[in-house]
Design a protein around this ligand. Sequence first.
Ligand code: TXA
Ligand code: MG
Length: 329
Amino acid sequence: MVTNIKKLDENSIQEAKSLLLSGEVVAIPTETVYGLGAIGTNPKAVQKIFEVKGRPSDNPLIAHVHKDYDIEKLVFVEHDYVYKLIKAFTPGPLTLVMKSKNIVCKEAVCGGETLAVRIPEHKGCQQLLKAVDEPIVAPSANLSKHTSPVTAEHVYSDLNGKISLILDGGKCQGGIESTVLDVTSNVPRILRAGLVTKEMVESVCGACLIAEHKDGDKVKSPGVKYKHYKPNCQTVMYSPSEIQAVLDRYDQELRSGKKPYIMCSDEYAQVFNGKNLLLLGSSGKEIASNLYSKLLEGEKLADIIIAISFDREDAEFLGIMNRLRKSCG
Ligand code: TXA
Ligand code: MG
């Protein structure tokens, strides 16, 4: 199959719409990462997503809808605080897990009773969702376990030959996947951290829990138990207190004939002056936005990425550290 990348415009939206409505999968931009979309009410189309990605069959998909879509067609809103969250943070990188009305097919939710719903902010994605006016289920548009794509080219390098259309809506600004929030109980609970932070949810709802995922637990959000986000090169992580160890490691890799790159925030640019660097920026937002693109750039340039972690896990850094730990195994 020939895979075309088309700039997102009126024509490509119509082409994507007819492919989707005829049961095909299409790669689409969102403000977080690129998604691999199919119509959520079509079991055969949904099945294709799992095949193309090599995704485990027990990991449910997120349903994406446009901002004027009545989500109560798809789910039961059981708590009033949910409306406040929708008002405050959507369209945007927040996914809400609610009891499903089973309009989206059981293949998409892997037989579960809940459905994750998200209203993306990306303008082109909104236009497509509006044109289709159906829930589009979409996981990140990478091969299972690989780093999530934030450009159309990243999608192409994973899915070339497996899908016919990638809608190019530019580089995703958010850079890490949406916050997945379980809103089936009295107090909302973060299943996957993202750019809508615990602090932000608390400011609207008064309280917010963070789900703990321990080995052997019955997992509430199956995705978090899988190996994820791995670039196709060796990746190791050091803490900010281990700068000398990073320098030693870098030299040791060079001596053994390898090409090391250090991935770190801009504050280390001086310390590592003259070395191969993948600079992530300074603020939490910048670092989140650059994390996957730097990992994917690094896998092309480096034999080993030596990442320097962050010694904080508040706000965006919870989501960033969660991804960084997983990409470094
Ligand atoms: O930003 C995003 O969320 C991107 C873009 C494309 O929207 N999508 C994305 O999808 O990251 P995916 O499939 O890579 O991750 C979805 C996460 C997984 O951890 C999955 O287990 C969880 O959401 N999830 C989906 N449906 C769920 C449900 N009903 N209950 C609990 N967790 C759910
Ligand atoms: Mg994913």
